[in-house]
Ligand binder design. Structure first.
Ligand SMILES: [Fe+2]
Ligand SMILES: [Fe+2]
Length: 192
């Protein structure tokens, strides 16, 4: 199989870099206008997750910016959770349908779904720590390690998806599948 390697989205990367230069506590707004191109939309959501991981690192280092932490909590409870639902309920099933056995996509999806499950449990446990930061409390080394570990995990998960999963999707999903994916992702947002 000839899977095209990922081409960096220069525009998205440049926008991300300039935002990080302006405010490291920021997460750029979502890009609903990209829902017609669902793989690109998922890629841009991964960039936003990278920004969330940057904030988690700042928090783990003991830095405090209440507006930034509020934005992080909101992101984890809404867009991050919706992204996982997009992947688990729409994207992964379409890939399982369209990829031939030699792609071994089932093993990769099993691993990613398992990581999502662990993420969900970590986010639930981490919320009280982040709310403690908002309340002006300092957390202990264990909490700091949990937050840093989650940030590292998000980064490795999205790197795997960008490097392996998205290129396979670009190669295997036809226009009909991409339209179905786009429609399902739009419907999820209309319902929320
Ligand atoms: Fe994922
Ligand atoms: Fe993802």
């Amino acid at each position: 199989m000839n899977v095209t390697s990922h081409t960096p989205n220069d525009k998205a990367d440049a926008a991300q870099e300039s935002r990080e230069a302006i405010n490291p506590w920021d997460i750029e707004p979502p890009s609903p206008e990209l829902l017609g191109n669902p793989i690109e939309f998922l890629f841009v959501e991964h960039n936003r997750q990278r920004q969330a991981a940057n904030i988690l690192h700042l928090v783990a280092d003991g830095e405090v910016n209440k507006a930034g932490v509020k934005k992080l909590i909101d992101f984890l409870e809404t867009d991050f959770a919706v992204h996982v639902a997009d992947e688990e309920l729409c994207f992964f099933p379409l890939l399982l349908q369209h990829c031939p056995p030699e792609d071994n996509i089932d093993k990769l999806i099993e691993r990613l779904a398992d990581e999502h499950k662990k993420d969900e449990a970590t986010v639930t446990g981490m919320m009280s720590m982040l709310n403690d930061v908002l309340a002006g409390e300092k957390f202990n080394d264990k909490a700091s390690r949990t937050i840093r570990g989650f940030a590292e995990h998000i980064l490795q998960h999205l790197a795997l998806e960008n490097a392996v999963l998205l290129p396979i999707a670009r190669a295997r999903l036809d226009d009909k599948a991409l339209c179905a994916l786009s429609d399902m992702m739009k419907e999820r947002r209309l319902g929320s």
